[in-house]
Design a protein around this ligand. Structure first.
Ligand code: 13P
Length: 267
């Protein structure tokens, strides 16, 4: 049974920081974690730390990430490999900057920028074709939850995003459950709400790829993860990491969330 063993703590910086701030945020995080004496290799065997800065700072942050044993990821990409698509960025471009991961289908892209399930699915396939590991975000709005439609929404989003993937492709996929009502609001899902959603998603993935592959897939929780709630959330069996927005913009609070993951991992 391929139970995921390395917790993933990912910082989605969204459209924040300028170049200097991005560099100092990454450096300060590295220094804070380093000062505790655990080497990057020791830490990464238990907790993988991913930084997802804005596109223009990927190369700068990537150099710093490499120094401290962090992974680099992008917040989005386009589904075409090359061509006349002004303003868009391809998977190959991201891979050439050192990105390992790319976030796809984030709720802000779905709800603010109008991305459909079909677009997300095309991006997932294009990311894998470029050698990137997709972090596929799914999650319901408060209206959908209150109407009792959470499971229908999650089913539609996840099944569409992984449609047509081979088992080999699926091994590279991370899923992030981010209830829209919890993002940037301070209203975190309860550990039970998150666990139920994760278990539901994992069952859908098991239907499609088999129980072993589904249990090896990391499902992250995102939505107002902070130092004071990280440990309880990460202690849930169904939660293999966190996708952190606001609290990833301060090195101290993001470092505390990484520490919480390390503590859960060793307890
Ligand atoms: P917050 O942690 O600010 O709620 O953002 C969550 C998120 O959207 C991460 O992708």
């Amino acid at each position: 049974m391929g139970t995921p063993t390395v917790t993933f703590i990912a910082g989605n910086w969204k459209m924040h920081t300028d170049r200097d701030e991005a560099k100092s945020l990454a450096t300060s995080l590295g220094e804070q974690l380093q000062s505790e004496g655990s080497s990057p290799a020791d830490r990464s065997s238990r907790v993988e730390v991913g930084l997802f800065p804005p596109y223009p700072f990927l190369c700068d942050v990537g150099e710093i990430a490499e120094r401290f044993g962090f992974r680099l990821g992008a917040q989005d990409m386009y589904f075409e490999p090359v061509g006349a698509f002004t303003g868009e960025v391809s998977g190959a471009m991201l891979a050439s900057t050192g990105c390992r991961y790319v976030i796809l289908g984030h709720s802000e892209r779905r709800h603010v920028l109008g991305e459909t399930d079909e677009i997300v699915a095309r991006k997932v396939r294009a990311a894998l074709a470029s050698g990137l590991a997709p972090v596929i975000c799914v999650g319901e709005t408060i209206e959908q939850r209150e109407a009792g439609n959470t499971e229908d929404v999650l089913r539609t989003q996840i099944e569409s995003a992984v449609d047509g993937l081979s088992e080999n492709d699926f091994e590279k996929v991370t899923v992030a459950y981010e209830p829209v009502w919890a993002i940037g609001t301070g209203h975190t899902a309860t550990p039970d709400q998150a666990s139920d959603a994760h278990a539901f998603l994992r069952t859908r993935l098991a239907d499609r790829f088999g129980a072993d592959a589904a249990s090896a897939c990391r499902i992250l929780y995102g939505g107002s993860v902070k130092p004071d709630n990280a440990k309880t959330l990460l202690a849930q069996d169904e939660i293999q990491g966190a996708l952190v927005g606001g609290a990833s913009l301060q090195a101290a609070s993001f470092a505390d969330i990484v520490r919480a993951a390390l503590a859960v991992h060793t307890s």
